[in-house]
Design a binder for this molecule. Structure first.
Ligand code: GLN
Ligand code: ZN
Length: 784
């Protein structure tokens, strides 16, 4: 049947292929919303600043949606998603669809508008925003719905239906995408005042009627397919949670009849038990699986797939920027064809393309060879369709051989492989690296050298980054000012920061990081094996985007990276100056990582590069070195069974960086999150001399670990005030916090410091806050 389809040869337009008017079995889970040049970001921010109207914002959004639909239609995608656009976040969209507005926003019923929507997302003058948290193990953050028995659910946002109709009017018949009802509830939290143990799943009966209304309207509007995203299915679920899926979809079955239904999962393997329950769901037409992060799911499918159902095979990675290995994917797909049937196999992305960059077309400056190894969202759409065509017997030989050549060049390119690095990293595997002396003996040796008071004060590294400072860096990068002028300007800034800290009487100083734009990019730019994009933005939350570096090759450090600045800063003061580095795990977790070797291998390579830097700093007379591991916890796999393996190599990588220093060199690390109770033993195993951590927003939680008897012998500085807020904490308030800490921690291990770096704050906030912090420490010292 497929052979009778009208086949039109691909035409080359710009640097991407487009195939006109052909519909093979291809599907895209979701697409980035920001636009190729972050158009949505700028439109949102201008609207929020009252510089443009709601209509202006809606126009930008509609243009983005229409160009995305058109692009997918032109590429030949058959199952094109709608309602994956969002003004802020798809979970917030679902909460508004269900009318789940917390009472503090005074929602009076009816259709939810921008006012209420953005107040929920960002707060307003009188009410704070809803909480935001990480979307699974990605760097995307969603708004956490607040639910309780009192919520009056109502159909309060017709966005899904409106977007379906909008696409239809443009001539594109789409698959409307909804966050599934069970995932929605499992990602919610009990509202304030509602018992923490409130069974959120008990609300299923209340939200399903709204889902039914939405489904009914979509049907009436002409939809023939609908997609429910249920990514929570990849987690370790309890049996009552799994039962909720069966209950929800059998409850929806009659409403769904006449529609084809995809239940889409992503980000990890499906547990075997879940697979059974999922594939037994009635009323579901097809199942979507992530076959990139879920290689074991492939075995489950091979072990049995319900006959007559569609398999949406996610072989094109939505979490990375690498071009697909088309030949390998095609052979996977062909093996699946035998199991699910030729007409039931649909080529898809592993997850929404939201988590990758938008379009390679906007990277004219990127090295040509490296560029040939990459595929951003727009290119991935083309890959999906090329695979679908190949399956249907219409293989585009030119496209496949171009891809094969790029894969081969990536394998053999001398810029990818550095034998010496490979060998050194391989030698680390399976071995152990620990400083020879115990932490308490080291702390004694360090104290002799550093001679610090009890409750030593310090900061986390960065000081406020003024517009002027950003301008200097930008102009130096653009070669508009000379190296000499740049160095002079940065030196001046460091000297200002050093003087300020001396005036404040802080004990261990920092240089303030004025030369750094970003704690990962700064190191990536100086390491071999990293590439950078001009527009490779990925949404982090709301209008915020990040631009992760690309690690394409073996990592090495051609030259010292921070020694000059640290040495310069140390020469300005008699007090100890902290060397400031980003740790290997954080560099890894905040980059696009190569997929041609295991992540731990890349991490070990970075660790070796940082180790060289640590040792050079030590040689240059830096006695205290902080190695930030802000993102260590972020890399934790979704499934518990995989935690131990990850933590083992991540912590090992950290230890490798400083195993070579003398006892008298004090190694600090910093982490900016507080829920580390579950990984406390791994943190102790990092064997740093001092750890500073975020704490001020959740005092009790962190300290409870120690109250419950966890032995902690190293130095520890739980942040004494929140740097995320402009609020200036009083001396009494900070002193009170320190006293609370002293109730569970020994006096001789406690440090006094803010929660995190001060980069985003203003000097007018930083000065008084640090002043109060130091006086609080001094006050308590007199009381000991
Ligand atoms: N040293 C970094 C700074 O102060 C740490 C930032 C972070 O932990 N995110 O900016
Ligand atoms: Zn931090």
């Amino acid at each position: 049947l497929t052979m009778t389809l009208n086949f039109v040869k691909p035409v080359r337009i710009g640097s991407g292929y487009r195939v006109l008017s052909i519909k093979m079995a291809s599907h895209i889970v979701g697409y980035p919303r920001m636009g190729p040049k972050r158009e949505l970001k700028f439109a949102l921010e201008s609207f929020w600043d009252k510089k443009s109207s709601a209509e202006d914002l809606q126009k930008v959004a509609a243009d983005l949606r229409s160009s995305i639909w058109k692009q997918m239609a032109d590429a030949g995608i058959k199952y094109i998603p709608s309602n994956t656009f969002s003004y802020y976040d798809q979970v917030l969209d679902t909460a508004t669809m269900l009318g789940a507005v917390p009472p503090r926003y005074n929602f009076a019923g009816g259709e939810i508008g921008f006012d209420t929507y953005f107040s929920m997302a960002r707060g307003n003058a009188s009410v704070p925003a809803m909480e935001m948290t990480k979307w699974f193990d990605t760097n995307y953050h969603y708004i956490v719905p607040e639910l309780g028995p009192e919520v009056n659910f109502s159909y309060a946002s017709h966005k899904a239906v409106n977007e379906y109709k909008e696409a239809k009017e443009l001539g594109v018949d789409t698959v409307p995408v909804l966050v599934g009802p069970v995932t929605f509830l499992l990602l919610s939290k009990p509202a304030k005042g509602v018992e923490k143990t409130f069974p959120l799943l008990s609300l299923l009966d209340k939200i399903l009627p709204v889902y039914k209304e939405v489904i009914g309207e979509l049907k009436a509007a002409g939809a023939s397919w609908i997609q429910f995203d249920e990514p929570t299915l990849v987690l370790d679920l309890e049996s009552h949670q799994l039962e909720a899926f069966t209950k929800a979809y059998s409850e929806l079955e009659s409403t769904l009849s006449g529609l084809n239904v995809i239940v889409e999962t992503y980000f990890a393997d499906i547990p075997a038990e879940t697979y059974k329950i999922l594939t037994a769901l009635k009323g579901v037409t097809g199942f979507g699986f992530d076959l990139v992060r879920g290689a074991k799911t492939l075995d489950l499918i091979k072990g049995g797939f319900p006959s007559g159902k569609y398999l949406f095979a996610g072989v094109v990675d939505g979490r990375n920027i690498w071009a697909n290995d088309l030949a390998a994917s095609l052979s996977t797909l062909q093996s699946l064809e035998g199991i699910v049937g030729k007409d039931k196999l649909v080529v898809s992305t592993s997850c929404s393309l939201l988590h990758t960059a938008v379009d390679l077309v906007n990277e004219p400056k990127l090295d040509k060879e490296i560029k040939s190894w990459l595929a951003f969202a727009a290119q991935k759409v083309v890959e999906v369709n090329a695979l679908a065509k190949a399956l249907a017997g219409e293989k585009d030989e030119a496209f496949f051989s171009e891809n094969a050549a790029a894969q081969a060049s990536r394998k053999s390119s001398p810029r990818v492989t550095n034998e010496a690095v490979q060998k050194a990293a391989a030698a680390l595997r399976g071995s152990d690296h620990r400083r020879a002396t115990t932490v308490s003996a080291r702390l004694d040796a360090q104290q002799k050298k550093l001679n610090l008071p009890v409750l030593p004060t310090t900061t986390i590294g960065s000081f406020p980054q003024t517009l002027e400072l950003r301008r200097v860096r930008r102009e130096y990068k653009a070669k508009k000012i000379s190296e000499d002028d740049y160095v002079k300007a940065i030196k001046e800034e460091i000297s200002k920061v050093v003087k300020l800290q001396e005036e404040l009487d802080i004990d261990v100083l920092v240089h303030g990081e004025p030369e750094r734009n970003d704690m990962v990019e700064y190191f990536g730019e100086q390491l071999s094996g990293f590439a950078f994009t001009a527009n490779g933005w990925v949404q982090s939350y709301g209008s915020r985007c990040v631009k992760p570096p690309i690690i394409y090759g073996d990592v090495s450090r051609p030259n010292p990276m921070t020694v000059f600045w640290s040495q310069t800063a140390q020469s300005m003061t008699k007090r100890p100056m902290k060397g400031m580095l980003t740790g290997p795990v954080t560099i890894l977790n905040w980059s696009f990582v190569r997929n041609d070797q295991p992540r731990f291998e890349t991490c070990y390579q970075i660790a070796l590069a940082i180790k060289d830097e640590v040792e050079d700093l030590e040689k240059a007379g830096i006695n205290v070195i902080q190695i930030d591991e802000a993102a260590l916890r972020e890399g934790l796999p979704l499934r518990k069974a995989e935690h131990a393996f990850y933590l083992d190599w991540a912590v090992h990588s950290f230890r490798i960086t400083n195993v070579g220093v003398q006892d008298t060199t004090q190694i600090h690390t910093h982490m900016c999150y507080s829920n580390f109770n579950d990984i406390i033993h791994s943190i102790i195993d990092m064997d740093a001399d001092v750890i500073t951590i975020e704490n001020s927003r959740s005092d009790e939680k962190l300290l409870s670990v120690f109250r419950e008897g966890v032995k902690y012998g190293a130095g520890i500085g739980p942040g004494v005030y929140d740097i995320h807020s402009p609020r200036i904490p009083s001396t009494e308030e900070i002193a009170d916090r320190i006293n609370k800490m002293l109730a569970v921690l020994d006096t001789n291990i406690l440090w006094v410091n803010p929660d995190c770096g001060l980069k985003t704050r203003k000097y007018a906030e930083v000065k008084p806050a640090l002043e109060n912090m130091v006086s609080a420490a001094k006050l308590i010292r007199t009381q000991l």
